[in-house]
Write a protein that binds this ligand. Sequence first.
Ligand code: PGA
Length: 249
Amino acid sequence: MRQLLIAGNWKMNGTKPEVRRLISGILSRMDESRSAEVLVLPPFPYLPLVGSMLEGTPLQLGAQDLSVHESGAYTGEVSGAMLADWECGYVLVGHSERRSLHGETDATVAAKFKAAQAAGLMPILCVGETLEQRERGETDAVIRAQVRAILDTAGIGAMARAVIAYEPVWAIGTGLTANPDQAQAVHAAIREQLSAHDDTIAGRVRILYGGSVKPDNAADLFAREDIDGGLIGGASLQSDSFMAIYEAS
Ligand code: PGA
């Protein structure tokens, strides 16, 4: 049985009072009888504040990005070791906004994936196709290539210490969601691709869905066989909607 993971990607949002309110709201609705793991991914400056608030609770902490480098003259960058220092357990790599707005290639994403694991962090590898690619019937090929870039660099064994998030680019922040059949098909294809290398690892890796997950569509998505939780953007900024999604798990 794969444990569901509900992850909140705050992107570049929040102020100190908002962060305090959001974390308090999340903590007040965490329910030990539910098995899903809950994770928040705040902007870097808020990691210490959030880390201090979630100490001793089951809420998990992660970051949205990391440097490919370990340390040194890389102005503005944050290393995996620094994130681990602030008790982060997870870090996103290859989010489509990093790929499209910051020119991250599959090679950069693979380097970040390895840097995360080298620092003891669990990378959440984001993959997804654009609308044009879907309309041209290229979804499978695009996702396959994004996953293959990691397999070629890090090897299948590394997938045992990683999470994958399928986020169709056309569904991120648009209010459009892949329907459960569309999402399930891609999740199953990813698992099949991994299973050609290692059946056990393929069966264990968690594959999250992301892209306009909301309280009213979460339960149908999470009910599908290969969907192991969600990577939530907009709806993770309010504890009511984020925890309603958690409660749909
Ligand atoms: P969204 O973002 O839920 O606002 O679509 C998801 C993401 O980008 O991770």
